[in-house]
Write a protein that binds this ligand. Structure first.
Ligand SMILES: [Zn+2]
Length: 356
């Protein structure tokens, strides 16, 4: 890979002296106290073939979100997926392995878009992502009443996106007061089993990347119980202010897809000027996410004197005491998800993210 010393070896050699390790920026007069975390999605082989060489060129780590059921798959959704040896090589080079759940399930709540009658088995929802996984249970709740049913199908009709359930709801729900979500036992399964499986392979795992950028209060309540960091609690801006950074409430945005070079450079300027933490992501299997584009972005980061960290390192450096004080489950009931416009933008055009 070009570098004879892995970042881990360099760290071991230097010890915990707090020396800045972004070699090309060392001693740079305009060095910022800010930092950038690169978080890659899903674990395709392109993380290894495209992102890893670019990061190695800068001796810069990254964090990658792994779906445990997809490890080592071949020719699945148009590409191959990193196996355990790839992941071990990344971790040995200083990368961080994040959980991206067991099956790439959306962890947020979705609002109902039409009222339902007691005889209805069909619920209309703002996004039918919870319909992709037939056989899983959902809770339909207005805060006062909760009904649990099993998913049998999903689709789109004249009203909009829907999910079909195995039994009638036997209770009326008003759309504007009702959401559907995975029950607590499924949340634990998606979150905890993925972490345990990754740890069983020997990886250090204490962070999660939420699939589809689907994350709200319901999600965060569970994530706080099982993880130290959440890479994408809020989607739409990469900037996390120093002194006010809660690692469970990380802001992340994309740096190649869904954006422009100008917007990314402007964000990096702001991160450097404010000594802030930037968290940026990409799907390396996408055509436009090339090694050159990643290298170019790393160059912009280096030009601004920003250090590249893993999410874990960023939490240690930027996460203040306020973060741990807030790291307790609130127990509050999550209401409908109005007012969260940024959290549900993925997938982009051209990619279908479900298994038939
Ligand atoms: Zn994903």
């Amino acid at each position: 890979m070009g570098t004879s010393l892995s970042r881990r070896h360099v760290l071991a050699a230097i010890g915990a002296g707090g020396i800045a390790l972004t070699t090309p920026a060392q001693g740079r007069a305009d060095s910022s106290a800010g930092a950038v975390v690169f978080v890659y999605d899903d674990g395709p082989i392109e993380d290894y073939t495209q992102a890893f060489p670019a990061h190695q060129a800068f001796d810069a780590p990254a964090s990658t979100g792994i779906v445990t059921e997809w490890i080592g798959r071949e020719n699945f959704m148009g590409t191959d997926w990193m196996d355990l040896e790839h992941l071990r090589e990344l971790e040995d080079a200083g990368w961080e392995i994040l959980s991206h759940t067991t099956e790439h399930t959306a962890l947020g709540t979705f609002a109902l878009t039409a009222d339902v009658e007691p005889s209805d088995r069909r619920i209309h929802v703002e996004r039918n992502r919870h319909g992709y996984y037939r056989g899983k249970d959902l809770e339909i709740t207005d805060g006062d009443h909760t009904v649990r049913r099993t998913v049998v199908d999903y689709g789109t009709d004249d009203v909009g996106q829907y999910i079909d359930l195995d039994e009638p709801l036997e209770r009326a729900f008003a759309a504007e007061e009702t959401v559907e979500r995975y029950p607590a036992d499924h949340m634990e399964e998606f979150l905890l089993e993925s972490r345990r499986e990754l740890e069983s392979y020997g990886f250090d795992v204490d962070g999660i990347l939420c699939p589809y950028d689907s994350c709200d209060d319901w999600t965060v309540e569970f994530v706080r119980q099982y993880y130290e960091t959440n890479a994408n609690a809020n989607h739409g801006s990469p900037i996390n202010d120093p002194g006010d950074y809660d690692p469970h409430e990380t802001n992340r945005d994309y740096f190649i897809e869904f954006t422009t070079r100008e917007a990314v450079k402007a964000d990096l300027d702001e991160i450097a000027a404010r000594d802030a933490l930037g968290v940026i992501g990409a799907h390396t299997f996408k055509e436009e996410v090339t090694e050159d584009r990643i290298y170019e972005t790393l160059q912009w980061v280096d030009d601004r004197g920003l250090e590249v960290l893993t999410l874990r390192e960023a939490a240690e450096r930027f996460g203040g005491t306020a973060a741990s004080a807030r790291s307790q489950p609130t127990g509050r009931l999550t209401g409908p998800v109005r007012g969260m416009p940024h959290r549900d933008r993925f997938p982009g055009p051209g990619r279908v993210w479900y298994r038939p």
